[in-house]
Structures are given as structure tokens and as C-alpha cells.
Design a protein around this ligand. Structure first.
Ligand SMILES: C[S@@+](CC[C@H](N)C(=O)[O-])C[C@H]1O[C@@H](n2cnc3c(N)ncnc32)[C@H](O)[C@@H]1O
Length: 192
């Protein structure tokens, strides 16, 4: 039923097939979206870190998540001072490496871990305390996850930025060592 191709037609077909593969190029890779930048890096002064953890009433039984953890100071301080477990999340690999080195230096690497991940994709259900120093828009994006996944009695403390109309349990102004006023917000998750 099929007649064999003449050698000239076969060569032409092979050339056309090769050319179409070359011209189309390899199959396009699916677009990978960079994680959103929820805030530029700026470290919370240590005295403000201390006050945030006091405000959250951190204890050794707590699991503290810092979403956008910078150099790791929130979770490292929670581990060192209170014996709490901690998880720091940041998109910046250099800050994650620095946090791990800081945790080792402070002798709390058995209590804390640092993950390079987009904070918007984190399952926060293991946390009993969440700390934030992110822009208001980022807090608003995180708010439904915090309200859905955190257990009643969990505490959320934010440095400087609120959560829209989610009324805080408490607010406080702290003056850092350079004389700058820092606003702190505390929310305690209520019963479902
Ligand atoms: C203002 S700094 C706060 C650092 C630290 N929490 C503190 O208070 O010292 C914000 C951090 O969020 C990180 N960040 C920005 N976008 C992020 C994202 N999508 N997911 C995780 N971390 C992010 C930045 O790399 C930066 O380290």
C-alpha cells in the first residue's frame, strides 16, 4: 500500500524534520516565578527583639516561627533565652547561611532551623508564636493563613506594621537605643 520513498524525497524529509527541530528549539521550560519580596532586609534591634518575645510571652514549650527571618535573631534569641524551638524562613540564601552560622555560634543549632522558602507558602500550623517584620501588604497576604492555621492561644507579634482591620490584642511603643520609636502589635488567636 505504501510505496517506498525515493532517496531524494527521503533526504528532503529528513532535512525538513531536522530544520524544524532546530528552528523550534528545545521545548520551552515552564515559567518559574520568583517569590515576592515582602520586605527589604533590615534587622530588628536586639532590645526590640527582646521586647517582642516578652510581649509574646515565649516559653520553653513554644515553637517560634519568624517569617522573613533575616539573620535569624528572633528565633535564635527565643531559643537562647527561653529554650524555645524555632523556625526561620527567608528567601535570601545568604541570610539563611548566616542564620545557621549564628545559631551554631550561639549553641542553639539543636533548637532552631532555617529554611529558604517563600513565607507565603509556609504551613504555620506547628507554630505557637509567629513573629513578623514585613510590610503591611505582606502582613495582609499572610493574615488568612495565620487565622486559619494557628491554634487558639497562639500569638502573633509584628514589628511596626499592622494587619488592616484585624484589631490587635495589644500595641506598644518601644524606643530603641538610637532613640527611634518602634510600634509593636500583638494578636492572640481566639477560639474558632
Ligand atoms: C525587615 S527584614 C526582617 C528580618 C528579621 N525578621 C528581623 O526582624 O530582624 C525582612 C526579611 O524578609 C525577607 N523576605 C522578603 N520577602 C520574603 C519572602 N517572600 N519570603 C520569605 N522571606 C522574605 C527578606 O529577605 C528580609 O530578610
Amino acid at each position: 500500500m505504501f510505496r517506498p520513498l525515493s532517496p531524494a524525497v527521503a533526504v528532503l524529509c529528513a532535512a525538513v524534520a531536522t530544520a524544524s527541530v532546530v528552528m523550534a528549539g528545545p521545548a520551552a521550560a515552564p515559567a518559574v516565578q520568583a517569590p515576592p519580596n515582602l520586605a527589604p532586609y533590615a534587622a530588628t534591634p536586639q532590645e526590640v527583639v527582646d521586647r517582642m518575645l516578652q510581649l509574646a510571652d515565649v516559653k520553653s514549650t513554644d515553637v517560634v516561627y519568624d517569617l522573613g527571618s533575616g539573620d535569624g535573631r528572633l528565633v535564635i534569641t527565643a531559643a537562647k533565652r527561653y529554650g524555645a524551638h524555632g523556625v526561620g524562613i527567608d528567601i535570601d540564601p545568604a541570610l539563611i547561611a548566616q542564620s545557621r552560622a549564628n545559631a551554631r555560634k550561639e549553641g542553639v543549632d539543636g533548637l532552631v532551623e532555617f529554611r529558604q522558602q517563600d513565607a507565603l507558602t509556609v504551613d504555620v500550623s506547628p507554630a505557637s508564636v509567629v513573629t513578623l517584620y514585613l510590610l503591611s501588604g505582606a502582613n495582609l497576604k499572610l493574615r488568612p493563613t495565620l487565622q486559619k492555621q494557628l491554634k487558639p492561644g497562639s500569638r502573633v507579634v509584628s514589628h511596626q506594621f499592622g494587619m488592616g482591620d484585624w484589631v490587635p490584642t495589644r500595641t506598644e511603643t518601644v524606643t530603641d537605643q538610637r532613640g527611634t520609636s518602634r510600634l509593636l502589635y500583638l494578636w492572640i488567636i481566639g477560639p474558632p
